[in-house]
Ligand binder design. Sequence first.
Ligand SMILES: [Zn+2]
Length: 316
Amino acid sequence: MLNLLRWIPAFAGMTILTILAGCGPLVPPPSMHQPARTALLAAQDSSSENNPAFRIIHIDVGQGDASLLIAPDGETMLIDTGPPQTGAQAVLKIAKEMEITAINTILISHNHLDHNGSLAEILKDKVAAQAKIIDRDSAQIGEFLPLEGGVLKIIGVNGHIGEADFTPFVEDDENARSIALVLEYGDFRYFTGGDLTGGGGNPPYQTIDLETPLAPLIGDVDIMKVSHHGSHTSSNPAFLEILKPEAAIISAGAQNDFFHPHPSVVARYQKAGIELHQTKNGSICIVINGGTYEIKPYAIDKCAAPEIPDPMEEMP
Ligand SMILES: [Zn+2]
């Protein structure tokens, strides 16, 4: 577990803002909470060469999921593409701004349009021309996907959770077939699992609980992507109790058709003291560097890494 660099206000402050706003726990507008060093960072080059951090960008694709992982050496993995058109537009725009020369791997968590709808369009762009594709048909439990200094491990797919097998019960529920992944980069741990189900639902529709058996295989994490855009089919209490994230990211655009996230799920995270961020105000960066990590709006400085203090300079 790493220390969270808190450039944003404490969770209590966010809760007050949330109550005043009368809706979910939204990230306050960047202008309200920009740290003093933002101006300094804004002037920096965002290329990997000058920012040897590991970065995860939760891209604002409206209703859908798309996360771009960038290793310190510039190797990249895109997890989901977002919906048709808007997903490709957002992903390619950020890839260009981040000076990414190649998207090396594209992992599709499951086959719903809000996750894979822009795959064909993105593959037409030269930045993704050589991308390796991993989907729920090719993913293998226990498979390691290395990125410089870190590793992503596939711990669930198609209703298989470790040794447990929940098929064929999940075959009719595409969400339940999502690929579940743990990223480890140094001491930093992160979970992402598409729209994986946790037993909730809208009766008579009820999802199978894959989160509870998955949780011990994940363990404690620093940050998680909230499964299924904050729907009440996911984020069950037992799951959160074991993962104990400090912060969680909800990928859901403003005024989406599904009214994600669900208020009861938002309340569950708030009650557990987990800092919530949502892509409705734009893309969100996680920058992991030098034993700390930072969560901030992409718009501030395009995921520039904070400068690591030189201990020699602090000596008298
Ligand atoms: Zn989805």
